[in-house]
Design a protein around this ligand. Structure first.
Ligand code: CP
Length: 321
């Protein structure tokens, strides 16, 4: 692996999951793997889990992680080729990225979408410009359209539950849209769909209100329905997430609380385990009774972000040797 931007960078999902599970059992088994190496964690947007789990993962491999909150502490970056920089941007990425590549062995970057210009966001200009000019492996800490470290942790968590609960049938996994007060990126939902389809070991269903169709590039292969009740029936896992509209880009068309998952809805499932990437708006996106109840996997899932990051870092470092 020489970068981690999407599921397409992964040769074997189950092998990467197994590697992560091994690190969970023995976090320090490769504590010298990245001795004297550094990773730069660049944030153009906020983070709790991604930032801290990647720092812990790097430390477990003997790697120094340096965090740079570019949005608050750095010069305003320009990403457009040929830009006449007479506006607010101060430094071009083609000047900044090679310097960062000089300081660090690996770079990781979080860049959210604008949710204003779909073509720009879906071209992944920011992360692609970093890759083009950095000269070292780049890891996505969530980009304009995808969140691969989250999706890897999602599958690790599902695999753990399948093993713990001795699930022998093909699990039914439902991605359900949930209400939210702000327009959110489609990244987590796109990425979960992309990884589920590539993994191929689940009966994968997506349910959302009218007008909330995701990009087919990521969802193709999934069953898609606007009937949430039908989708949830006999589900083994429910992934709850809000996203804003994709077609009429970045809008909120629907906020009906009837889409929020409750214990009443859970009763129709196969005692489904409930996942959410966090942060979550309680009693808007997901109810207290679910989040605080026995079926919630949110804390376990967030914990698994460390092992996902550690497995990816190790793959990249072993490839670099
Ligand atoms: N799930 C997730 O990426 O969390 P953060 O935004 O806090 O990193």
């Amino acid at each position: 692996m020489n970068q981690f931007i999407s599921v397409h960078d992964v040769a074997d999902i189950n092998a990467l999951v197994a590697k992560a599970v091994n690190y969970k059992a023995n976090p320090f088994m490769h504590h010298q793997l990245a001795a004297n190496k550094r990773i730069g964690l660049l944030f153009l947007n906020p983070s709790l889990r991604t930032r801290l789990s990647t720092q812990v993962a790097a430390a477990n491999l003997g790697m120094e992680a340096v965090v740079f909150n570019v949005d608050k502490e750095g010069w305003a970056l320009e990403f457009e080729e040929g830009a006449i920089m007479s506006g607010n941007t101060v430094e071009h990425i083609k000047d900044a990225a090679p310097i960062l590549g000089n300081y660090f062995d690996v770079l990781a970057i979080r860049t959210f979408p604008s949710l204003i210009n779909k073509a720009d966001d879906y071209s992944e200009m920011y992360i692609n410009q970093f890759i083009k000019y950095a000269g070292v492996p780049v890891i996505s800490l969530e980009s304009a359209t995808l969140h691969p470290l989250q999706s890897l942790a999602d599958i690790i968590t599902i695999r753990e539950q399948i093993m713990q609960n001795k699930i022998t049938h093909k699990p039914k996994i439902v991605l359900t849209w949930a209400p939210h007060i702000k327009p959110l990126p489609q990244c987590v939902a796109n990425s979960f769909a992309q990884w589920m389809n590539a993994w191929g070991e689940a009966d994968f269903v997506i349910t959302h209100p009218e007008d909330y169709e995701l990009n087919e590039k990521f969802t193709k292969g999934a069953k898609i329905t606007q009937d949430q009740d039908a989708a949830l029936k006999n589900a083994d896992f429910i992934y709850v997430k809000n996203w804003s509209t994709y077609n009429d880009y970045g809008k909120i068309y629907e906020n009906d609380p009837k889409w929020m998952l409750t214990n009443e809805k859970l009763a129709t499932t196969n005692n489904a385990k409930v996942m959410h990437c966090l942060p979550v708006r309680r009693n808007v996106e997901l109810s207290d009774e679910i989040l605080d109840g026995p079926n919630s996997l949110v804390t376990q899932l967030a914990g698994n972000r460390v092992w996902a990051a550690q497995a990816v870092l190790a793959e990249i470092l072993m490839n670099k040797k």
